[in-house]
Design a binder for this molecule. Structure first.
Ligand code: HPA
Length: 235
């Protein structure tokens, strides 16, 4: 069984998939957290691993950068491999009164991408997290003593040279994180009838012009992954 972009065998992908952008982060999370991780796909070096966390089968697979890439992998994971729960584990830029290293649980994803509009009659979709997953993540953060906050995020297609004034619009709407995937992932999950949540460490601050070091980013990702896995093991 293969798809154009995933070469995993039938049954090799778990119901729950953690999606970091970077395939090497997928390998890091699998090696660091999962029991008996097995590499299940490597097409285009987009590595995926399946293993167990506290007895629960979990796949962790790179999704690439941006809505377009994330949507390709997510669509095939859901439609062909039967994934039912997609949790993006990543980083974002921060805006306003949040600090570097804070963890955001993305309640909604606004976007400058046309991806959701193309499939929603050119209307504006309210691309939202799955409520049960979001609530589970809030509970898991409390249980782990992790300071995570529910926030709105914005997914841009333009890492460089985005629309002038965009950050002012985000501040005006109390959007606290900017990244490149969540709005598309949420829209796709709503259409497919599956659960999705993005858990994001703030890796750079757009107002304060601060940036995490590579080591800090890795620590941030570990906290995000632990939180995501705790959600998966929850009730
Ligand atoms: N913009 C888009 N994506 C990001 C950023 C950003 O500033 N920081 C981390 N991911």
């Amino acid at each position: 069984m293969t798809t154009p972009h995933i070469e995993a065998a039938a049954g090799a992908i778990a119901d729950t998939v953690l999606l970091p952008g970077d395939p090497l982060r997928a390998r890091f999370i699998a090696q660091e957290f999962l029991d008996a991780p097995v590499q299940v796909t490597a097409r285009r070096n987009m590595l995926g691993f399946t293993g167990r966390w506290q007895g629960h089968a979990i796949t962790v697979m790179g999704g690439g950068m941006g809505i377009a890439s994330t949507a390709v992998y997510s669509t095939e994971l859901v439609r062909v491999y039967g994934a039912r729960r997609l949790i993006r584990v990543g980083t974002c830029g921060g805006l306003g009164e949040i600090a570097l290293g804070d963890i955001l649980l993305a309640q909604s994803g606004s976007t400058d991408s046309r991806f959701n509009r193309m499939q929603f009659g050119d209307h504006d979709l309210a691309a939202c997290a799955d409520f049960a997953l979001l609530r589970g993540a809030v509970d898991a953060a409390v249980a782990l003593g992790v300071d995570a906050r529910v926030a709105h995020v914005f997914s841009t297609d333009c890492f460089y040279d985005g629309a002038p004034g965009l950050h002012d619009h985000l501040r005006r709407h109390h959007i606290r994180g900017i990244e490149m995937e969540t709005a598309g992932l949420y829209g796709l999950a709503m259409r497919e009838g599956v659960q999705a949540l993005s858990i994001l460490a703030v890796s750079d601050h757009l107002d304060r012009h601060e940036k995490m070091s590579a080591a800090e980013r890795e620590r941030g990702l570990s906290r995000v992954a632990r939180l995501a896995l705790t959600v998966c093991a929850g009730p």
